[in-house]
Each structure stands twice: as C-alpha cells, then as structure tokens.
Design a binder for this molecule. Structure first.
Ligand code: ZN
Ligand code: ZN
Length: 374
C-alpha cells in the first residue's frame, strides 16, 4: 500500500514549491544510497521520496494526484491511466535522475563536493628555493637540490602492511575515506564532510600494520632532485615539478615540488631585464686619449675599447654579453657606464703637467653653463 506523497515528504497539502524542494532534499540526503550503501530500507525510502517529489513538483501531476490520489498514477483505475504511464514502476535510476534534476548531480559525493566515491589521498606539495648566480641565469643550468620528503617505506614497500599484507576496504566509510554528518541549525541543514578516523581518509585499513611506518607506508628521506633551469629566469619565477613532492600514504599519488628561483647578488653586475649593467672608472688621460681596457663579463674578462674623448657618465654597450632570454629570444647586452675619476692628490710633477695643460687650453679658465633637464 502506497503512502501518501505529502506524508512521505512530511509536508502539508498546501506546501509551496520551495518548501517542497527543501523537504525532498532533506529526505534524499538522509536516504541517498551513497550514504547508505547496501541498505535496502534506505533505498526504498529514497525511491519513495523521489517518486513523491517527481509528482508533487509537477503542477499538473500534483493537481491530478490531489484529485484522485494514487489512482491517478497507478495507471488503470480512475479512468485516465494513460496519462501517467510509467509512474507505477519508479525504480532507483528514476529516483537518482529525479535527484539529479533537483540538485544538479546524481551522486552524493559530487553534490557535496567530496570528490569521487573512492577518493585516495595524495602526498603533500613541497616548496624549495634555488639560488642562482647571474652566470647560471645567463646560460641556463641543471642543478641538483636536496629535499627531505616522504618516500616509500623500505620495510613494507609502501603498502603499509607488515610483511606485504595488503590493505582491505574500510568498513566505517565503505572505502570512501570520508564520513558525512548532517546537522541542522537555525539557518538550515548542513552537511559536514570529514575524514574517516578509522582509516585516516585512505578508505583502507590494514589488519597488521608495518612496524616501521605504523601502516602509513612512508618514511622521511633525503632525495636529490635534478632541476633543469632555463636561461633568463628571474627571482620570483618558479617551476612545478610534478610528482616530485611527498609520497602519498600507502603508495598513493605523490605531491608536486615547486621550485622558486632566487638570484645571488653579483659582485659587479646589476640586472635590468636581460641586460646587465656595471660601472668602470677610468682616468682623465684614458678618457681624453682613449684606451683598451679589460672588463669582466659573465664569461670572463674581455677587452673593451674606450674611444678618445669619452665623457663621464657615458654608457658603452657590449652586444650580446647579457642574459639569455627566458623564451629563447635574443640575448641581452652588457652596459658599461664610464666614470672619469678626478685625481684628488697631485704630486708636484702631475701638478706641473695639469698647469701646462691648462695653459694650452687657454689662460682663462673656461666653463660652459647649461640648463639642467630632469
Ligand atoms: Zn612500512
Ligand atoms: Zn574509513
């Protein structure tokens, strides 16, 4: 004997659309098969609620049900059975479809954001910082970094079971790794999804845990990881090495290792994008006469020609002596700012020479006045 639809959903005959949906949601959540695996009574109640909702949420069907009761849906009695054909056999797939139409998902897990039904945990992500010299940034480099991370336990081979015992499905959460609790408050109904304490969220339990790792399947180890750094990276850039983070419990997926780059301050060079800048101090005579000097580059000492008559503050550009561009484009330059130093201490012979120079330039001291533009 079928129960009254209003009674099934515990609502009044005059219930509005919103309250009807709320009532159905409450019932569906309580009896959803994902939450009550293998429970036949719950499944029947889930189907019953879905059937009731599918009729009452449709204004035309609801009107007929209000007038004729179950006879309207049973197909046969009451004289208009043809109109409702199919509702007599409301099965689980119909019920799940109703649930999906009502709430956008047929799965309890999807609906509550719990992920897949057999969620397995994953190892944690890790962060590391890699210090790079400008020389390394210029060409790109492969470096090895040492990280302390969770790796598979040697004793049990990562299974977590003593002498290779395999884990079995957790009976508390039925392998999902999660437990849900529905709580009600003034603001409505809340579903709390928490990690199953029986299996620690893995969905599996081990009857005889490994003595070394206590069933976790992991141990902390130092690993050496090769990082291939492309040319042109800058401080703050990072690289994600998939699957190089911590191992997951009992052989589950590894987390990632995120490597952040940092630049070691250079003795001579300041970086400006792909260019590098340095300053060279030369003497009066070098500036006036010109010279060939040696300057450092990222690849060792190189000759630089100082043209005669260079002014203090002038910048010489050494093409392609900068950093490689990150996206493989052209190489930057090295900029050399010339600083002409004025001697602060003159011996008598130097003083004499400068005085001679001054007299050649003209007896009167010449100076040019200019407006300063900022
Ligand atoms: Zn172990
Ligand atoms: Zn569990």
């Amino acid at each position: 004997m079928k129960r009254d639809y209003y009674e099934v959903l515990e609502v009044d005959k005059g219930v509005g659309e919103a309250d009807l949906k709320k009532a159905y949601r409450k019932m569906a959540m309580k009896f959803h098969p994902d939450k009550n695996p293998g429970d036949k009574v719950a499944e029947d109640k889930f189907k019953e609620a879905a059937e009731a909702y599918s009729i009452l949420s449709d204004s035309q069907k609801r009107a007929q049900y209000d007038q004729f009761g179950h006879a309207a849906t049973d197909g046969g009695a009451g004289g208009f059975g043809g109109g409702f054909g199919g509702f007599a056999d409301f099965d689980l797939s119909d019920a799940l479809r109703t649930f999906m139409e009502g709430f956008g998902s047929s799965s309890f897990d999807d609906f509550f954001g719990g992920g897949g039904g057999h969620r397995r945990r994953r190892g944690g992500d890790m962060k590391a910082t890699l210090q790079l010299s400008l020389e390394e940034v210029a060409e790109g480099v492969t470096k090895t970094i040492k990280v302390k991370r969770m790796d598979g336990c040697d004793s049990c081979g990562g299974t977590g079971g003593e002498s290779g015992a395999m884990p079995s499905r957790c009976t508390v959460c039925n392998g999902s790794g999660q437990v849900r609790q529905i709580s009600r408050s003034l603001f409505g109904q809340f579903v709390n999804v928490g990690e199953c304490s029986n299996c620690g969220g893995t969905g599996e339990v081990i009857s005889k845990p490994c003595r070394k790792c206590a069933g976790d399947g992991r141990a902390k180890k130092t690993a050496e990881i090769k990082v291939k750094v492309p040319a042109g990276v800058a401080a703050g850039n990072y690289m994600t090495l998939r699957g190089e983070g911590n191992a997951g419990p009992r052989g589950t997926e590894r987390g990632d290792l995120v490597v952040f780059f940092d630049e070691i301050e250079h003795k001579f060079f300041t970086r400006h994008g792909e260019d590098i800048i340095t300053e060279v101090e030369i003497s009066f005579s070098q500036a006036a006469l010109g010279d060939k000097i040696e300057v450092p580059t990222l690849k060792g000492m190189v000759n630089l020609t100082i043209p005669p008559g260079i002014q203090s503050g002038q910048v010489l550009r050494m093409r392609s002596k900068g950093l490689g561009e990150l996206r493989g484009g052209k190489r930057g330059d090295q900029l050399v700012k010339i600083q002409v130093s004025t001697p602060t201490k003159l011996n008598s012979s130097m003083k004499k020479l400068f005085e001679q120079l001054a007299s050649v330039n003209g007896a009167k001291r010449k100076s040019t006045v200019r407006k300063v533009n900022f």
